[in-house]
Design a binder for this molecule. Structure first.
Ligand SMILES: [Mg+2]
Length: 399
């Protein structure tokens, strides 16, 4: 394994070199500046397996250095070191990931031998040199054709009450069973659907199948609220509430079983028709949930203007919240606000027992995430519910 350390502080360079040698790394290179490092690896960037990079350096700082690494297509592992506070380290870490750099972890000075060992384990196993993921984007025309040929598939992810761990509903997550490319995820085609005028047709198709599945769960005695995702772009047609109500009636599903999770996608709207539409949806007893709350445009202004009855905390605030004081503060504030506004709160991205305990203790109402279940096809749900019942008892008794 070849490791390159970039740090302007000679003491840290020597210490890290010694620690890495102690851990059995034989090829350790050290540079006192980012520009020296760039010269050193010019043309042979692939020969470095792991790069330790200090963020605070005179001349080119760590952030600028990362930008160059990303431009050169560096694919090895990256360890960020800093004396700065954790929030700076965290934000640079996010920046690096967004630039497709493989961040193994962050270290605070003074660096402890054990933390280095823990970070290097996956790298030594060869996990660091990951191929950059290729995510194809689709055009609206191809999508429209797919929708018309019935290639959309609904998967459902359970939502569970924190109080007694009972399943209270599901969120519908659409997939596209593409003839050549296999199962395609919404982040690869929703933008095209919105900009290319396919979103209405797509939403109708998803709603239609979701209602049919809800009906069959009802018939087998499962009482689940079914949520579907709609974008603000759906809420421009004044007849939207009637179309939804009509579809529910035809499917024989009580309309109050339906929840629309609304994501904001753009800034400008015809406010009057939006208010017309959302008010009528609520008058019809259709649930309205503000999705991805706290990110993008899903904001306080919308809570003020739109009669939501559910607030979904974005997963980026939920995952690992127990170990992060900033996230805890944000969650506590948002959950308090939800309570005072009489909104049901749903935490997305509950992935571990720790996330579950943390959000439950904060008084969140409903959980959704891999800790409970991944999205699944409709016919798998009854079987999963039976399995969950066993886990549920355990989960409730333990707490
Ligand atoms: Mg959603």
């Amino acid at each position: 394994m070849r490791v390159l350390i970039v740090d302007d502080d000679r003491f840290t360079l020597r210490l890290l070199t010694r620690q890495l040698t102690q851990l059995g790394v034989d090829g350790v290179l050290a540079c006192e500046s980012a520009s020296a490092a760039l010269t050193l690896i010019d043309g042979q960037i692939d020969s470095v397996d792991v790069l330790f990079c200090d963020l605070n350096m005179p001349g080119m700082d760590g952030v600028e250095f990362l930008r160059h690494l990303s431009r050169h297509g560096y694919r090895g592992g990256l360890v960020l070191i800093s004396g700065e506070d954790v929030r700076v380290l965290d934000s640079v870490r996010r920046l690096a990931s967004a630039r497709q750099l493989q961040v193994l972890g962050t270290l605070r000075k003074p660096v402890a031998l054990e933390s280095i060992r823990a970070l290097l384990q996956p790298a030594a196993a060869g996990a660091a040199r990951a191929e950059p993921e290729f995510r194809k984007r689709y055009e609206a025309a191809e999508l429209r054709q797919g929708v018309r040929q019935g290639q959309l598939v609904n998967h459902y992810q359970p939502k569970v009450a924190f109080s007694d761990a009972r399943v209270v509903g599901v969120e519908t997550l659409v997939r596209w069973a593409h003839a050549q490319d296999g199962l395609v995820f919404p982040d690869q085609f929703i933008a095209a659907a919105e900009s290319g005028g396919v979103i209405e047709e797509l939403t109708d198709a998803v709603l239609h199948v979701a209602l049919r599945d809800t009906r069959s769960w009802n018939e087998s005695g499962l009482d689940l609220r079914c949520a579907i995702n709609v974008s603000m772009d759906n809420l421009v047609a004044l007849d939207f509430p009637d179309r939804v109500a009509g579809a529910a009636a035809r499917a024989g599903v009580p309309i109050a079983q339906l929840v629309l999770e609304v994501t904001e996608s753009q800034l400008m709207h015809d406010t009057l028709s939006l208010l017309d539409i959302v008010s009528r949806l609520r008058l019809k007893r259709i649930g309205l949930s503000i999705d991805d709350f706290g990110t993008g445009f899903s904001s306080l202004a919308q809570l003020r203007d739109i009669p939501f009855d559910e607030l979904k905390l974005d997963r980026s605030f939920v995952r690992g919240a127990g170990e992060n004081a900033e996230l805890l503060a944000i969650l506590r504030a948002n959950l308090g606000m939800a309570r005072q506004l009489g909104l049901r709160s749903v935490a997305e991205g509950v992935e571990t027992a720790g996330d579950w305990a943390c959000l439950r203790d904060l008084g969140c109402d409903v959980a959704q995430g891999y800790f409970i279940a991944r999205p699944m096809p409709a016919d798998r749900l009854p079987e999963w519910m039976a399995e969950w019942e066993a886990r549920r008892t355990h989960l409730v008794n333990r707490s």
